[in-house]
Design a protein around this ligand. Structure first.
Ligand SMILES: *Cc1c(COP(=O)(O)O)cnc(C)c1O
Length: 435
Protein backbone atom coordinates (compact mmCIF):
# COMPACT_ATOMS: atom_id res chain seq x y z
CA UNK A 1 0.00 0.00 0.00
CA UNK A 2 1.25 3.46 -0.92
CA UNK A 3 0.76 6.73 0.92
CA UNK A 4 0.35 10.07 -0.84
CA UNK A 5 0.97 13.54 0.54
CA UNK A 6 -2.02 15.88 1.05
CA UNK A 7 0.04 18.55 -0.77
CA UNK A 8 0.48 16.23 -3.80
CA UNK A 9 3.96 17.57 -4.53
CA UNK A 10 5.92 14.59 -3.19
CA UNK A 11 6.09 11.13 -4.69
CA UNK A 12 4.11 8.36 -3.01
CA UNK A 13 5.76 6.65 -0.07
CA UNK A 14 5.76 3.11 1.24
CA UNK A 15 4.41 2.55 4.75
CA UNK A 16 7.93 2.29 6.00
CA UNK A 17 8.99 5.59 4.43
CA UNK A 18 5.87 7.32 5.71
CA UNK A 19 6.45 6.06 9.25
CA UNK A 20 10.13 6.93 9.34
CA UNK A 21 9.63 10.40 7.79
CA UNK A 22 6.48 11.49 9.60
CA UNK A 23 5.89 14.54 7.42
CA UNK A 24 6.12 14.24 3.62
CA UNK A 25 8.99 16.13 1.92
CA UNK A 26 6.50 18.71 0.55
CA UNK A 27 5.35 19.35 4.17
CA UNK A 28 2.04 17.58 3.48
CA UNK A 29 0.54 14.76 5.56
CA UNK A 30 0.51 11.18 4.35
CA UNK A 31 -2.80 9.50 3.53
CA UNK A 32 -3.44 5.90 2.46
CA UNK A 33 -4.03 5.82 -1.31
CA UNK A 34 -6.82 3.27 -0.92
CA UNK A 35 -9.23 2.80 1.98
CA UNK A 36 -10.20 -0.85 1.86
CA UNK A 37 -13.60 -1.94 3.14
CA UNK A 38 -13.79 -4.50 5.90
CA UNK A 39 -16.18 -7.31 4.88
CA UNK A 40 -19.74 -6.82 6.19
CA UNK A 41 -19.72 -10.21 7.90
CA UNK A 42 -17.12 -8.91 10.36
CA UNK A 43 -19.67 -6.53 11.84
CA UNK A 44 -22.33 -9.20 12.30
CA UNK A 45 -20.63 -10.74 15.30
CA UNK A 46 -18.31 -7.92 16.33
CA UNK A 47 -20.02 -7.84 19.75
CA UNK A 48 -18.59 -11.27 20.50
CA UNK A 49 -15.00 -10.41 19.60
CA UNK A 50 -12.18 -9.28 21.89
CA UNK A 51 -10.45 -5.92 21.60
CA UNK A 52 -7.27 -7.57 20.34
CA UNK A 53 -9.09 -9.60 17.70
CA UNK A 54 -11.02 -6.58 16.43
CA UNK A 55 -7.87 -4.45 16.37
CA UNK A 56 -6.01 -7.12 14.43
CA UNK A 57 -8.66 -7.24 11.69
CA UNK A 58 -8.58 -3.43 11.43
CA UNK A 59 -4.76 -3.28 11.51
CA UNK A 60 -4.51 -6.02 8.92
CA UNK A 61 -6.85 -4.09 6.61
CA UNK A 62 -4.65 -1.01 7.01
CA UNK A 63 -1.16 -2.48 7.15
CA UNK A 64 -1.47 -6.13 6.09
CA UNK A 65 0.18 -5.58 2.68
CA UNK A 66 3.34 -4.34 4.33
CA UNK A 67 3.86 -6.36 7.51
CA UNK A 68 3.76 -10.10 7.99
CA UNK A 69 0.82 -11.43 9.98
CA UNK A 70 2.72 -12.68 13.01
CA UNK A 71 4.63 -9.41 13.49
CA UNK A 72 1.44 -7.38 13.13
CA UNK A 73 -0.40 -9.61 15.59
CA UNK A 74 2.42 -9.21 18.09
CA UNK A 75 2.40 -5.41 17.70
CA UNK A 76 -1.38 -5.27 18.20
CA UNK A 77 -1.32 -7.56 21.23
CA UNK A 78 1.53 -5.72 22.90
CA UNK A 79 -0.09 -2.35 22.23
CA UNK A 80 -3.48 -3.31 23.61
CA UNK A 81 -2.81 -5.18 26.82
CA UNK A 82 -5.43 -3.18 28.74
CA UNK A 83 -9.18 -2.69 28.44
CA UNK A 84 -11.11 0.22 26.91
CA UNK A 85 -14.46 -0.10 28.66
CA UNK A 86 -17.74 1.46 27.54
CA UNK A 87 -19.77 2.67 30.53
CA UNK A 88 -23.37 3.73 30.66
CA UNK A 89 -23.60 6.99 32.59
CA UNK A 90 -27.25 7.97 32.10
CA UNK A 91 -30.14 7.30 29.69
CA UNK A 92 -28.71 7.24 26.18
CA UNK A 93 -25.33 8.68 27.19
CA UNK A 94 -22.23 6.50 27.43
CA UNK A 95 -18.54 7.10 28.02
CA UNK A 96 -15.75 5.15 26.31
CA UNK A 97 -12.76 5.25 28.67
CA UNK A 98 -9.58 5.55 26.63
CA UNK A 99 -7.38 6.15 29.65
CA UNK A 100 -6.46 2.71 30.94
CA UNK A 101 -3.05 2.61 29.28
CA UNK A 102 0.25 3.01 31.12
CA UNK A 103 0.18 6.83 31.35
CA UNK A 104 -3.61 7.07 31.67
CA UNK A 105 -3.85 9.11 28.47
CA UNK A 106 -5.47 8.11 25.22
CA UNK A 107 -2.26 8.83 23.32
CA UNK A 108 -0.81 5.63 24.76
CA UNK A 109 -2.26 3.42 22.02
CA UNK A 110 -0.90 5.45 19.12
CA UNK A 111 2.48 5.89 20.80
CA UNK A 112 2.85 2.20 21.62
CA UNK A 113 1.80 1.07 18.17
CA UNK A 114 4.09 3.53 16.43
CA UNK A 115 7.05 2.61 18.64
CA UNK A 116 6.75 -1.06 17.74
CA UNK A 117 6.20 -0.43 14.04
CA UNK A 118 9.19 1.93 13.86
CA UNK A 119 11.35 -0.54 15.78
CA UNK A 120 10.30 -3.30 13.36
CA UNK A 121 11.10 -1.32 10.21
CA UNK A 122 14.35 0.03 11.56
CA UNK A 123 15.67 -3.38 12.54
CA UNK A 124 14.94 -4.62 9.02
CA UNK A 125 16.58 -1.79 7.14
CA UNK A 126 19.27 -0.49 9.43
CA UNK A 127 20.26 -3.20 11.85
CA UNK A 128 22.51 -1.53 14.38
CA UNK A 129 21.66 2.03 13.38
CA UNK A 130 19.50 3.94 15.82
CA UNK A 131 16.56 6.18 14.96
CA UNK A 132 16.14 9.27 17.11
CA UNK A 133 12.63 10.42 17.92
CA UNK A 134 12.40 14.10 18.84
CA UNK A 135 9.32 15.21 20.71
CA UNK A 136 8.41 18.59 22.18
CA UNK A 137 5.80 18.43 24.90
CA UNK A 138 3.74 20.57 27.22
CA UNK A 139 3.05 17.41 29.24
CA UNK A 140 0.77 14.69 27.92
CA UNK A 141 2.39 13.78 24.62
CA UNK A 142 5.82 13.46 26.19
CA UNK A 143 4.69 10.99 28.81
CA UNK A 144 2.72 8.83 26.37
CA UNK A 145 5.52 8.80 23.79
CA UNK A 146 8.28 8.19 26.34
CA UNK A 147 6.41 5.26 27.91
CA UNK A 148 5.28 3.93 24.56
CA UNK A 149 8.86 3.78 23.27
CA UNK A 150 10.47 2.64 26.50
CA UNK A 151 12.69 -0.37 25.85
CA UNK A 152 12.01 -0.52 22.09
CA UNK A 153 15.25 -1.59 20.48
CA UNK A 154 17.01 0.64 17.97
CA UNK A 155 14.95 3.71 18.87
CA UNK A 156 16.03 6.54 21.17
CA UNK A 157 13.60 9.21 22.35
CA UNK A 158 14.49 12.79 23.27
CA UNK A 159 11.69 14.63 25.08
CA UNK A 160 12.03 18.42 25.16
CA UNK A 161 9.91 20.15 27.79
CA UNK A 162 9.73 23.66 29.26
CA UNK A 163 11.38 23.76 32.68
CA UNK A 164 8.88 24.36 35.48
CA UNK A 165 5.88 24.41 33.14
CA UNK A 166 4.60 20.82 33.22
CA UNK A 167 2.76 19.22 36.14
CA UNK A 168 4.92 17.28 38.65
CA UNK A 169 3.26 13.95 37.80
CA UNK A 170 3.77 14.50 34.09
CA UNK A 171 7.40 15.43 34.65
CA UNK A 172 7.95 12.18 36.56
CA UNK A 173 6.39 10.26 33.69
CA UNK A 174 9.22 11.07 31.30
CA UNK A 175 12.19 12.12 33.46
CA UNK A 176 12.48 8.99 35.61
CA UNK A 177 12.44 6.28 32.93
CA UNK A 178 16.07 6.17 31.78
CA UNK A 179 17.07 3.46 29.27
CA UNK A 180 16.36 4.75 25.73
CA UNK A 181 14.49 7.83 26.97
CA UNK A 182 16.24 11.17 27.62
CA UNK A 183 14.42 14.20 29.01
CA UNK A 184 15.73 17.60 27.96
CA UNK A 185 14.79 20.36 30.38
CA UNK A 186 14.65 23.55 28.33
CA UNK A 187 14.88 26.91 30.08
CA UNK A 188 12.14 28.39 27.90
CA UNK A 189 8.55 27.88 26.78
CA UNK A 190 6.76 25.06 24.96
CA UNK A 191 7.02 27.10 21.77
CA UNK A 192 10.81 27.22 22.23
CA UNK A 193 10.86 23.43 22.54
CA UNK A 194 8.82 23.07 19.39
CA UNK A 195 11.08 25.53 17.53
CA UNK A 196 14.15 23.50 18.55
CA UNK A 197 12.62 20.29 17.20
CA UNK A 198 11.63 22.00 13.95
CA UNK A 199 15.10 23.53 13.68
CA UNK A 200 16.74 20.13 14.09
CA UNK A 201 14.58 18.59 11.35
CA UNK A 202 15.61 21.39 8.96
CA UNK A 203 19.33 21.15 9.75
CA UNK A 204 21.22 19.47 6.92
CA UNK A 205 24.29 18.49 8.89
CA UNK A 206 22.26 16.87 11.66
CA UNK A 207 20.13 14.91 9.22
CA UNK A 208 23.19 13.59 7.43
CA UNK A 209 24.59 12.33 10.70
CA UNK A 210 21.50 11.07 12.52
CA UNK A 211 18.26 9.49 11.51
CA UNK A 212 15.67 11.81 13.03
CA UNK A 213 11.90 11.42 13.20
CA UNK A 214 8.92 12.82 15.09
CA UNK A 215 6.14 11.13 17.03
CA UNK A 216 3.19 13.48 16.92
CA UNK A 217 -0.18 12.72 15.36
CA UNK A 218 0.99 13.71 11.90
CA UNK A 219 2.69 10.30 11.85
CA UNK A 220 0.55 7.69 10.09
CA UNK A 221 1.55 5.01 12.60
CA UNK A 222 0.42 7.11 15.51
CA UNK A 223 -2.88 8.43 14.28
CA UNK A 224 -4.39 5.50 12.34
CA UNK A 225 -4.36 2.95 15.22
CA UNK A 226 -6.61 5.28 17.20
CA UNK A 227 -9.50 3.98 15.12
CA UNK A 228 -9.35 0.76 17.17
CA UNK A 229 -11.15 2.70 19.90
CA UNK A 230 -14.19 3.33 17.75
CA UNK A 231 -14.49 -0.20 16.40
CA UNK A 232 -14.31 -1.52 19.94
CA UNK A 233 -16.81 1.11 21.15
CA UNK A 234 -19.24 -0.02 18.45
CA UNK A 235 -18.63 -3.65 19.41
CA UNK A 236 -19.45 -3.01 23.05
CA UNK A 237 -22.54 -1.02 22.09
CA UNK A 238 -23.71 -3.97 19.95
CA UNK A 239 -23.05 -6.34 22.84
CA UNK A 240 -25.25 -4.17 25.08
CA UNK A 241 -28.05 -4.56 22.54
CA UNK A 242 -27.71 -1.05 21.10
CA UNK A 243 -27.92 -0.39 17.37
CA UNK A 244 -24.48 0.75 16.13
CA UNK A 245 -26.14 2.66 13.28
CA UNK A 246 -27.59 5.02 15.89
CA UNK A 247 -24.25 5.71 17.58
CA UNK A 248 -22.97 9.29 17.73
CA UNK A 249 -19.37 9.69 18.92
CA UNK A 250 -18.44 12.95 20.66
CA UNK A 251 -14.70 13.47 20.31
CA UNK A 252 -12.73 15.98 22.42
CA UNK A 253 -10.44 17.41 19.76
CA UNK A 254 -7.20 19.37 19.54
CA UNK A 255 -5.03 18.36 16.60
CA UNK A 256 -7.87 16.14 15.31
CA UNK A 257 -5.78 12.98 14.93
CA UNK A 258 -8.25 10.97 16.96
CA UNK A 259 -11.34 12.11 15.04
CA UNK A 260 -9.61 11.75 11.65
CA UNK A 261 -8.80 8.12 12.39
CA UNK A 262 -12.51 7.54 13.09
CA UNK A 263 -13.53 9.15 9.80
CA UNK A 264 -11.25 6.72 7.98
CA UNK A 265 -12.75 3.90 10.07
CA UNK A 266 -16.20 4.94 8.87
CA UNK A 267 -14.98 4.76 5.25
CA UNK A 268 -13.81 1.23 5.99
CA UNK A 269 -17.40 0.33 6.82
CA UNK A 270 -17.64 0.87 10.56
CA UNK A 271 -21.32 1.30 11.38
CA UNK A 272 -21.86 4.67 13.10
CA UNK A 273 -24.31 7.50 12.56
CA UNK A 274 -22.23 10.63 12.95
CA UNK A 275 -19.58 12.50 14.97
CA UNK A 276 -19.43 15.62 17.10
CA UNK A 277 -16.09 17.44 17.28
CA UNK A 278 -15.94 18.94 20.78
CA UNK A 279 -13.66 21.95 21.21
CA UNK A 280 -12.75 24.13 24.13
CA UNK A 281 -12.40 27.86 23.41
CA UNK A 282 -9.96 27.00 20.63
CA UNK A 283 -12.78 26.80 18.11
CA UNK A 284 -11.08 26.90 14.72
CA UNK A 285 -12.87 23.79 13.46
CA UNK A 286 -16.23 24.91 14.83
CA UNK A 287 -15.84 28.24 13.02
CA UNK A 288 -14.85 26.41 9.84
CA UNK A 289 -18.06 24.36 9.94
CA UNK A 290 -20.09 27.54 10.30
CA UNK A 291 -18.35 29.69 7.72
CA UNK A 292 -16.49 27.33 5.40
CA UNK A 293 -13.37 29.40 6.06
CA UNK A 294 -10.38 27.94 7.87
CA UNK A 295 -8.56 30.63 9.83
CA UNK A 296 -5.90 29.38 12.24
CA UNK A 297 -5.19 31.49 15.32
CA UNK A 298 -2.76 31.54 18.22
CA UNK A 299 -3.94 29.04 20.85
CA UNK A 300 -5.76 30.16 23.99
CA UNK A 301 -4.92 28.46 27.32
CA UNK A 302 -7.86 26.52 28.84
CA UNK A 303 -8.42 23.90 31.56
CA UNK A 304 -8.61 21.25 28.83
CA UNK A 305 -5.06 22.13 27.82
CA UNK A 306 -4.28 19.10 25.63
CA UNK A 307 -6.84 20.61 23.25
CA UNK A 308 -5.31 24.10 23.17
CA UNK A 309 -4.52 24.03 19.48
CA UNK A 310 -4.92 27.02 17.18
CA UNK A 311 -4.02 25.32 13.90
CA UNK A 312 -5.04 21.64 14.05
CA UNK A 313 -2.49 19.66 12.07
CA UNK A 314 -4.88 16.95 10.89
CA UNK A 315 -7.33 19.42 9.34
CA UNK A 316 -5.50 18.88 6.03
CA UNK A 317 -6.38 15.19 6.23
CA UNK A 318 -10.06 15.87 6.88
CA UNK A 319 -10.25 18.24 3.92
CA UNK A 320 -8.49 15.68 1.73
CA UNK A 321 -10.87 12.91 2.80
CA UNK A 322 -13.92 14.97 1.82
CA UNK A 323 -12.44 16.52 -1.35
CA UNK A 324 -12.39 19.93 0.26
CA UNK A 325 -16.19 20.09 0.59
CA UNK A 326 -17.41 21.74 3.77
CA UNK A 327 -20.93 20.48 3.10
CA UNK A 328 -19.79 16.88 2.90
CA UNK A 329 -17.73 17.27 6.06
CA UNK A 330 -20.76 18.74 7.82
CA UNK A 331 -22.85 15.67 6.91
CA UNK A 332 -20.59 13.52 9.08
CA UNK A 333 -19.38 15.97 11.72
CA UNK A 334 -21.00 18.75 13.70
CA UNK A 335 -19.08 21.01 16.07
CA UNK A 336 -19.40 22.47 19.56
CA UNK A 337 -17.21 24.85 21.55
CA UNK A 338 -17.24 25.33 25.32
CA UNK A 339 -15.73 27.81 27.76
CA UNK A 340 -13.85 26.79 30.89
CA UNK A 341 -16.96 27.68 32.92
CA UNK A 342 -19.12 25.36 30.84
CA UNK A 343 -16.55 22.57 31.13
CA UNK A 344 -16.41 23.04 34.91
CA UNK A 345 -20.19 23.11 35.19
CA UNK A 346 -20.43 19.85 33.24
CA UNK A 347 -17.88 18.10 35.47
CA UNK A 348 -19.75 19.28 38.58
CA UNK A 349 -23.31 18.54 37.49
CA UNK A 350 -22.54 15.14 35.98
CA UNK A 351 -20.68 14.19 39.15
CA UNK A 352 -23.52 15.38 41.38
CA UNK A 353 -26.17 13.68 39.27
CA UNK A 354 -24.47 10.37 38.56
CA UNK A 355 -21.26 10.03 40.62
CA UNK A 356 -19.26 9.75 37.39
CA UNK A 357 -16.18 11.98 37.39
CA UNK A 358 -15.16 13.42 34.02
CA UNK A 359 -11.85 15.11 33.25
CA UNK A 360 -11.89 18.55 31.54
CA UNK A 361 -11.32 17.05 28.06
CA UNK A 362 -13.94 14.32 28.30
CA UNK A 363 -16.36 16.87 29.75
CA UNK A 364 -16.49 18.73 26.42
CA UNK A 365 -17.61 15.52 24.73
CA UNK A 366 -20.16 14.69 27.40
CA UNK A 367 -21.68 18.16 27.30
CA UNK A 368 -22.00 17.82 23.53
CA UNK A 369 -24.11 14.69 24.11
CA UNK A 370 -26.28 16.54 26.64
CA UNK A 371 -26.96 19.32 24.16
CA UNK A 372 -26.85 17.76 20.71
CA UNK A 373 -28.31 14.23 20.71
CA UNK A 374 -31.51 13.73 18.73
CA UNK A 375 -34.22 11.33 19.93
CA UNK A 376 -33.30 7.72 19.21
CA UNK A 377 -29.56 8.38 18.99
CA UNK A 378 -27.06 6.67 21.28
CA UNK A 379 -24.28 8.99 22.42
CA UNK A 380 -20.74 7.85 23.22
CA UNK A 381 -18.36 10.49 24.58
CA UNK A 382 -14.68 9.63 24.45
CA UNK A 383 -12.98 10.14 27.81
CA UNK A 384 -9.40 10.92 26.78
CA UNK A 385 -7.68 11.27 30.17
CA UNK A 386 -8.15 10.11 33.74
CA UNK A 387 -9.46 12.96 35.96
CA UNK A 388 -6.55 12.46 38.40
CA UNK A 389 -4.18 13.72 35.69
CA UNK A 390 -5.82 17.12 36.20
CA UNK A 391 -6.17 16.68 39.94
CA UNK A 392 -5.96 20.29 41.12
CA UNK A 393 -8.40 21.60 38.51
CA UNK A 394 -10.93 18.84 39.07
CA UNK A 395 -10.69 19.08 42.88
CA UNK A 396 -11.42 22.81 42.73
CA UNK A 397 -14.47 22.12 40.58
CA UNK A 398 -16.08 19.37 42.67
CA UNK A 399 -14.75 20.52 46.06
CA UNK A 400 -13.52 17.04 46.92
CA UNK A 401 -10.27 15.20 46.84
CA UNK A 402 -9.57 13.07 43.75
CA UNK A 403 -7.80 9.77 44.42
CA UNK A 404 -4.70 9.08 42.34
CA UNK A 405 -4.79 5.57 40.81
CA UNK A 406 -1.90 3.29 41.75
CA UNK A 407 -0.64 3.23 38.15
CA UNK A 408 -0.18 7.00 38.17
CA UNK A 409 1.17 7.14 41.71
CA UNK A 410 3.84 4.60 40.74
CA UNK A 411 5.54 7.26 38.61
CA UNK A 412 5.93 9.59 41.57
CA UNK A 413 9.13 9.30 43.51
CA UNK A 414 11.47 7.92 40.86
CA UNK A 415 14.80 9.66 40.38
CA UNK A 416 14.65 12.54 37.97
CA UNK A 417 17.34 12.65 35.28
CA UNK A 418 17.42 15.49 32.78
CA UNK A 419 19.82 17.19 30.43
CA UNK A 420 19.57 20.95 30.89
CA UNK A 421 19.38 22.96 27.71
CA UNK A 422 19.14 26.65 26.90
CA UNK A 423 16.64 27.35 24.13
CA UNK A 424 19.03 27.85 21.22
CA UNK A 425 19.46 25.58 18.24
CA UNK A 426 23.23 25.72 18.72
CA UNK A 427 22.91 24.07 22.16
CA UNK A 428 20.45 21.46 20.96
CA UNK A 429 22.62 20.68 17.95
CA UNK A 430 25.68 20.26 20.14
CA UNK A 431 23.75 17.78 22.27
CA UNK A 432 22.56 15.81 19.23
CA UNK A 433 25.95 15.80 17.49
CA UNK A 434 27.47 14.39 20.65
CA UNK A 435 25.22 11.28 20.64
C1 LIG B 1 -4.16 14.92 22.75
C2 LIG B 1 -5.39 14.99 23.57
C3 LIG B 1 -6.64 15.36 23.02
C4 LIG B 1 -6.79 15.81 21.58
O1 LIG B 1 -6.60 14.77 20.66
P1 LIG B 1 -6.36 15.08 19.11
O2 LIG B 1 -6.17 13.78 18.46
O3 LIG B 1 -5.12 15.96 19.04
O4 LIG B 1 -7.56 15.82 18.62
C5 LIG B 1 -7.75 15.34 23.84
N1 LIG B 1 -7.65 14.99 25.13
C6 LIG B 1 -6.48 14.64 25.70
C7 LIG B 1 -6.44 14.29 27.14
C8 LIG B 1 -5.31 14.61 24.94
O5 LIG B 1 -4.16 14.29 25.52
Amino acid sequence: MKYYSTNRQAREATLQEAVVRGLAPDRGLYMPERIAAIPRAFFNNIGEMTLQDIAYVVANTLFGDDIDASTLKKIVNETLNFDIPLRKVENNRYVLELFHGPTLAFKDVGARFMARLLGHFNSKVNPGQEVHVLVATSGDTGSAVANGFLGVEGVRVHVLYPKGKVSPIQECQFTTLGRNITALEVSGTFDDCQALVKGAFMDKELNERLKLTSANSINIARFLPQMFYYFYGVAQAAKMGLDPHKVVFAVPSGNFGNLTSALIGKRMGMPVKRFIAANNRNDIFYQYLRSGVYSPKASIPTIANAMDVGDPSNFARILDLYDGSRDRIAQDISGVTYSDDQIGETIRTVYDRTGYLLDPHGATGYRALEEELAPGEVGIALETAHPAKFKTTVEEIIGKEVAVPAKLAAFIGGTKHTVKLSPTLACFKKYLMGL
